[in-house]
Design a protein around this ligand. Sequence first.
Ligand code: NAD
Ligand code: ZN
Ligand code: ZN
Length: 391
Amino acid sequence: MKATIWAGRNKVEVTEVPDPSILNSRDAIVKITSTAICGSDLHLVDGYVPTMQKGDIMGHEFMGEVVEVGPGVSPAKLAVGDRVVVPFPIACGGCSACLAELWSCCENSNPNAGLAEKTFGHPVAGIFGYSHLTGGFAGGQAEYARVPFADVGPLKIESDLADEQVLFLSDILPTGYMGAEMCNIRPGDVVAVWGAGPVGQFAMDSARVLGAEKVIAIDKESYRLKMAEQAGHLTINFSDVDVRSQLLELTGGRGPDHCIDAVGMEATHGSTHINTYDRVKQATRSESERPHALRQAIMSCRSGGTVSVIGVYGGFLDKFPSGAWMNRSITLRTGQCHVHRYMRPLLERIERGELNPTRIITHQLPLEQAPHGYEIFKNKQDNCEKVVLKT
Ligand code: NAD
Ligand code: ZN
Ligand code: ZN
C-alpha cells in the first residue's frame, strides 16, 4: 500500500510499504478514505517531539471502512463494512484510566510505556503515527491502518454525512472542544484563544457553543484571523499590537475569564530577544519548548480564571510565570484529548448543525501529494489552514 513516512528531519515521503495485518484478536484493519495533517505532525516532522524513526508511517486523523476484524471483536461492536472514524489515542477500555474516561492516559496500549515513563514520569497511551514514545504505531496517512482495541475506539457513522463533516472527530474537534470545556465557561464569559490554526478555530467555536459571550482569536497569520472573524470571533494580530494590553482593553482592564493555549511548543514571538532565548535553548536541547503563548496566556488571564492548554508540550520549559499563576489563583488545565469521551456528543452537535467542522478545510489533495500538503501547512502558504488527504 501507499503511505506517508517520516524520512528524516523535515522530510516526509509517500512510498510503498507492506499492508498491515491483524496482530491481536481485538484488532481491525481499516481501508482509509480520508485522513488529515495536524499541527502535532509538524512537531514530529521537525524533530521537536523525539523518537521518530526513518520509515515510520505518519498520521493520526483518519476514517474509512472496516475490511477485516480479529476474532476478539464482537460483531455487535464492529463488523466488516462499517464506516468508522478512529480516535487518535489507542485505549483498551478496561484499565483504571480508561474506566475514568482518561482515554489518552490508557495504561495498556503503549508497548513503549517504559520510554514514556522516563520522559513523563508515568506512561501514556499509544497514539497512531506519533513517535515511539507513544508506541511506534503505524499511522493513518496511508491506504490502510491496523486499529488495536477496535471494539473500543472507532465510532460508526451510520448517517450519510460526508467524510469531511466527521473526519475531525478523530482529533481536532474533540481537542478544541475539550480546551473550551476545561474552562467551565459561564454565560457572559470572555475567552481568548492563542493560535488560529485548526485546533484553535474549533476551540473558539466550542467556547461559543458552551456559552461564551466574546471569543478572541490571537495569531499573526492574517488569513487565519480572517477565517476566525468570518466565524464571528474577534481577533488580535500579535505582530501589530501588544496582546496583553489589547486583551485588557477588550475586557474592561480585568483580562479574559479564560485563556486557551492552542499553540504549544513551537510558539513564535514578536519580541526578538525572548524568541532568540527560547530558540537557542530549544536548538541546544536545554529546553524542549518555546512556551511563549502559554506565558502570555497566564499573564493576561484575569485573577481566578482558567488557562486551558491543548497545544502540545514535550518536555521541559523555562521562565514559567509561577508567581502570576500562584498569586492570582489561576487554574491550569491540560491533556492530550480524551477523544473517545467526545466523539458521540460532538457527532450529535454536527448533526444538529451547531458545529460546522468543514469550515476550516482549505485543501483536499490526493495522498500522493502529502509532502506538498505538509509544505504548505507548515509554511502557511496558499492560505493553508487544514489539509485533507484522499486515498
Ligand atoms: P497549527 O500549527 O496549524 O496552529 C498553530 C497556530 O499558532 C499557527 O496559526 C501559528 O501562527 C500560531 N502561533 C504561533 N505562535 C503564536 C503565539 N505566540 N501566539 C498566538 N498564536 C501563535 O496547529 P494546529 O493543528 O491548530 O494545532 C495546534 C496545537 O494543538 C499544536 O501544538 C498541536 O500539536 C496541538 N494539538 C493537541 C492535541 C491534544 O490532544 N491536546 C490534539 C491536536 C493538536
Ligand atoms: Zn492531531
Ligand atoms: Zn486502558
